[in-house]
Ligand binder design. Structure first.
Ligand SMILES: Nc1ncnc2c1ncn2[C@@H]1O[C@H](COP(=O)(O)OP(=O)(O)O)[C@@H](O)[C@H]1O
Ligand SMILES: [Mg+2]
Length: 333
């Protein structure tokens, strides 16, 4: 008997197109399991679009209807970066409809997507992260606090709190630019966070569950050309000078153990499920810090999660198949 998987992607957030690239790869991986029958639906303009032009509708009782053809959905794979996947919205929708899905649940997704709630959790768990200040509203009364934060560090990042792919993220080294960048960041999110610029090496870990065991890959590294940070273009443009590697040089076993230990504590403490990519800064001055947690990490050809998982001795298609079977089994308990 086949297992019907609904692969959701898109979402109309700033990472819509990246999600489509990831979904292409995830679909290929799911199709390696012979009993999986995959339907892909792109979330666009508040609709679920199948095969470019057909409308999909959830009818209840796990039925997804596409132009009158009814599919009994056994499991959803929410391959969405940002809104409405990593924000937890689609997970809440699936919970209401009692449809099994893989990946983090709604609450953990939302906490991790918002850079402020992530930090509140990390602080409470005693996990080091960069010094920060919160700008809750675009109101001049926060200007003084913002400038005081800048004056303390002289070199800061201004970030839209709920965004990904470096959208609404600015490196600010001039006092006069601070408030303008904050205003800009508010275009992308209703809250803004300021962070000290951490001079760092950028490392990432794949944290994933397989056969009930939490596994942490060895860290991979993102090597960004001088004077740049990991912007949208550095991440996705063909002209990006950024190099990624799953075998970074000059990383001590002690640092690797610390990174894996912090990743484990974050995964367990934030109640993540199935998969995540946990991003670190390794800094001479500031030590090892968690930068952020991605609850549905990218799976484009350049993405690190699948590479780190495979470098760790696992197979992406097998990992996905096991996560799907586990979600279905948990549902029928
Ligand atoms: N506090 C910081 N210090 C130094 N670099 C930073 C800091 N915050 C962000 N960056 C740089 O900006 C990039 C994007 O920021 P990040 O918080 O990861 O946002 P996103 O969720 O959009 O990926 C990071 O990969 C890093 O290169
Ligand atoms: Mg990031």
């Amino acid at each position: 008997m086949s297992t019907n998987i609904l692969l959701l992607c898109g979402g109309d957030g700033s990472e819509h197109d990246i999600s489509l690239l990831s979904a292409k790869f995830i679909e290929e991986q799911l199709k390696k399991t012979p009993e999986f029958s995959v339907t892909k639906a792109v979330i666009h303009n508040h609709k679920f679009i199948v095969d470019d032009n057909k409308n999909g509708i959830f009818l209840g009782d796990n039925i997804f209807s596409v132009d009158g053809k009814e599919i009994k959905v056994d499991c959803v794979v929410p391959c969405i970066h940002g809104i409405p996947g990593e924000t937890g919205d689609i997970q809440s929708f699936l919970e209401i409809h009692n449809i099994p899905y893989i990946g983090c649940k709604a609450e953990a997704s939302r906490y991790c997507f918002n850079k402020i709630t992530t930090k509140l959790y990390l602080d409470a768990l005693g996990i080091p992260n960069s010094p920060y200040a919160i700008i809750p509203l675009k109101n001049d009364k926060y200007k003084e606090e913002a400038l005081a934060f800048f004056d303390k560090y002289q070199d800061i990042y201004v970030k839209a709190a709920s965004q990904g792919s470096s959208v609404g993220c600015y490196h600010v080294t001039k006092r006069d630019d601070v408030w303008d960048c904050i205003a800009e960041a508010f275009q992308f999110s209703s809250e803004v966070i300021l962070e000290k610029n951490i001079i760092h090496r950028e490392l990432e870990v794949a944290a994933y569950e397989i056969n009930g065991e939490l596994k942490l890959s060895r860290p991979g590294e993102i090597i960004i050309p001088d004077n740049k940070f990991y912007t949208f273009d550095e991440k996705y443009s063909k002209d990006s000078g950024t190099i990624t590697t799953v075998t970074p040089e000059n990383l001590s076993e002690e640092d690797i153990r610390t990174i894996q230990d912090l990743a484990r504590r974050a995964f367990v403490g934030l109640k993540l499920r199935d998969l995540s990519r946990i991003d670190f800064f390794l800094s001479k001055e500031d030590g090892i810090l968690i930068n952020e947690i991605n609850t549905f990490p990218g799976a484009t050809p350049i993405s690190m999660f699948p590479k780190m998982l495979e470098h760790n001795g696992d197979v992406m298609s097998d990992f996905l198949a096991k996560a799907v079977r586990k979600a279905i089994a948990e549902q029928s308990k």
